[in-house]
Design a protein around this ligand. Structure first.
Ligand code: ZN
Length: 348
């Protein structure tokens, strides 16, 4: 069977891997689609993401859906053989203080598919067959096509970020960065009843996807590299809530300047490694609440329900490529002028 293994910066290989066998409490899944995430692209282009560095070869991928092929013994209940299913990529430890407090998404000992956060790394889902704990497998709701279900993981991230922002119903929301995650934040905020969602990005093509996701207003942000006075130029109207989804200091600056006094800024995008500069005095003088959002937990089930109800999410899937063309698919996913979410197809 084929899988996508990252060996280091710029070294992505499609390799023949040994087919795994499920152990007790585990499920063997035939992966059909895997969504290429910004973090997969970071491992490919930079050899790491945020403060996590690659130390050994790792199968990438954590946005995977497929068909349940077999159960280990004893037979776990809940997912029948042959069922189409989405894989929740996180296994919290269940024993640490965060897990005890219900903050399972920031579990200090979590396993997450295709992540170098711990060593040895947790191998990912970009392989034709994977074995995962049965508790991570969710049968798809009726009417949800497998292809659209591949958005469940990134949509869960977006739903969690919107939840971290507090109630958004009737409020004005600013989203900086209109990559796949930013677009899904737009959709999540609209689904939560936001009155007006404004998306900003440096690229007109990305703003087109943000409009497809439901953005009411899109703003072409100034290029912070070339025009200092336009860096992070905020939209004219102040937002109640801002979600930073570009993972850049300029995006955070735009959020701090674009949110109203007493408003909330959620940092969702993973910033560059180490320290990031930010306009801390805005936080003080305007009493802005700055919060982080990391991964998700139960939002995965909400995401599946939302995807089943809204076929419009299909517009955010801009390409599906066979696994044998993984490298060009990664290049396409990294080119935001040409793509939003790109899926790998492991069956073709
Ligand atoms: Zn834990």
């Amino acid at each position: 069977m084929l899988g996508c293994v990252i060996h280091g910066r710029g070294d992505l290989r499609v390799e023949v891997l040994a087919e795994p066998a499920p152990g007790p409490g585990e499920v063997l899944v035939a992966v059909r689609y895997g969504g290429i995430c910004g973090s997969d692209l970071h491992y490919w282009r930079h050899g790491g993401v945020g403060d996590f560095r690659l130390r050994e070869p790792m199968v990438l991928g954590h946005e995977v859906v497929g068909t349940v092929l077999a159960h280990g013994s004893p037979d776990p209940s809940g997912v029948s053989r042959g069922a189409e299913a989405a894989v929740h990529p996180a296994t919290p430890c269940g024993a640490c203080p965060e897990c005890a407090r219900g903050l399972r998404n920031v579990c200090r000992d979590a396993r997450y598919l295709g992540s170098a956060a711990r060593t040895p790394h947790v191998q990912g889902g970009f392989a034709a067959r994977i074995v995962v704990p049965a508790a991570q497998v969710r049968p798809l709701p009726a009417g949800l096509p497998l292809r659209r279900a591949a958005l469940a993981e990134p949509l869960s991230v977006a739903l969690h970020a919107v939840r971290r922002a507090g109630p958004v119903a009737g409020r004005r929301v600013l989203v900086t960065g209109a990559g796949p995650i930013g677009c899904l934040v737009v959709a999540a905020a609209k689904a939560a009843g936001a009155a007006r969602v404004t998306a900003t990005d440096l690229l007109p093509a990305a703003l087109g996807f943000a409009r497809a996701a439901g953005a009411d207003t899109t703003v072409l942000a100034g290029d912070p590299e070339t025009a200092e006075d336009q860096a992070g130029r905020p939209p004219a109207e102040e937002a109640d809530v801002a979600v930073e989804a570009s993972g850049t200091a300029a995006g955070l600056d735009a959020c701090l300047r674009g949110v109203r006094r007493g408003g909330t800024v959620v940092q969702l995008g993973m910033l560059p490694p180490g320290r990031s500069p930010f306009a801390g005095n805005l936080l003080v003088g305007r009493e802005i609440e700055l919060r982080g959002a990391f991964r998700f937990d139960a939002e995965f089930d909400d995401a599946l329900g939302l995807l089943a109800a809204r076929p419009a999410f299909d517009r955010l899937i801009s390409a599906v490529a066979p696994v044998t063309e993984a490298e060009s698919a990664f290049a396409l996913a990294a080119d935001r002028e040409r793509s939003c979410k790109v899926l790998l197809d492991f069956e073709s």
